[in-house]
Design a protein around this ligand. Structure first.
Ligand code: MEV
Length: 315
């Protein structure tokens, strides 16, 4: 009998550059304090099964459930399994689906890490990333790779498609407020919507993509020097650009307004938009009171300090 193996990976927020990163700009992303854990053990029923506390589904059945996890696990079994393995794959996640907080990246990474180790195969970061990306592609279409990089490496990263991820060194921790609007959305259709906008305004869009790249580099400066007012202002400016490309919504803009009005240095939608979540940079002494006030109406709201750990194998 093989020993069970468990691994966990964090969700993520994008601090600046989402969408524009798909078109070549720099972006900044960070792992957060909500995680997804996957445990693999031998199945005693003779067939492979995926389950969470809510539901269960056979690994080789296409029923629309656990799409990313199944894609990753099947790909690994195809490449490395001897055909005879039947596994029980259990998912427990603190990251809501469709919240823009990297749930599919986190479960994809934790699945790849735990299954590769369970089978005694190469579980270095490159191989984990390769298989985890297959899960992301299954749900996101044509991802830039930033979610996988942020959740695997942890910390805060500066990312672009050409050069990949560079860690952003931090002297001091900072605190971010995350608010899930409650409205789920699909990254894939939002990425497609942005491509339409680009077709209508090709030069304008190209220039704005360049501007967002410079803005992300400024964000790295503000983060490393601990300049919170500057960081907040850049976040709010990034939100205005995301609005222009059509991925914000009235609800998200209202949440940004509220977070600012209650005492944040800045706020913006995070991830694909169209719903999902916002992040705000609260003035440190007001963080708890802003959370309390917004959390009354938006139950999945929390503070996270940055940086946070990436992938870990659990005992
Ligand atoms: C989603 O977290 C970030 C997007 O830029 C898509 C991607 O980069 O793959 C919207």
């Amino acid at each position: 009998l093989r020993e069970p193996v468990a691994a966990s990976a964090p969700g993520k927020v994008i601090i600046t550059g989402e969408h524009f990163v798909v078109h070549g700009s720099y972006a900044v992303a960070a792992a957060i304090n909500k995680r997804a854990t996957i445990e693999i053990s031998e199945s005693n029923s003779g067939s492979s099964i995926v389950y969470s506390n809510k539901t269960r589904s056979p690994l080789f059945l296409n029923d629309g459930r656990f799409v990313a996890v199944k894609k990753v696990a099947r790909s690994i079994l195809e490449e490395y399994g001897k055909g005879g393995e039947s596994i029980a794959l259990s998912i427990s996640s603190e990251i809501p689906d469709g919240s823009g907080l990297g749930s599919s990246a986190a479960v994809s990474i934790a699945t790849a890490a735990s299954l590769l180790r369970f089978l005694g195969r190469n579980d270095d970061y490159d191989n984990i990333s390769k298989f985890a990306s297959l899960g992301e592609k299954e749900v996101h279409g044509n991802p830039s790779g930033i979610d996988i990089s942020a959740c695997l490496n942890g910390g805060i990263i500066l990312f672009n498609k050409k050069s990949g991820a560079k860690p952003v060194p931090m002297d001091r921790a900072i605190q971010l407020l995350v608010v899930f609007s409650g409205k789920k959305r699909r990254t894939k259709s939002l990425v497609e919507k942005v491509s339409e906008r680009r077709k209508d305004y090709p030069s304008f869009f190209e220039n704005l993509t360049g501007a967002m790249s410079f803005l992300s580099l400024d964000v790295v400066d503000a983060l490393t020097s601990g300049d919170l007012p500057r960081l907040g202002a850049l976040m709010t400016l990034a939100n205005a650009s995301l609005s222009w490309i059509g991925v914000s919504t009235t609800l998200l803009d209202q949440l940004v307004e509220r977070a600012n009005a209650k005492g944040s240095y800045g706020a913006k939608l995070t991830g694909a938009g169209g719903g999902g979540s916002i992040i705000a940079l609260p003035k440190p002494d007001l963080a708890t009171s802003i959370l309390k006030s917004i959390g009354q109406n938006f139950r999945f709201s929390f503070l996270t300090s940055l940086p946070q750990k990436g992938l870990t194998w659990e005992e």
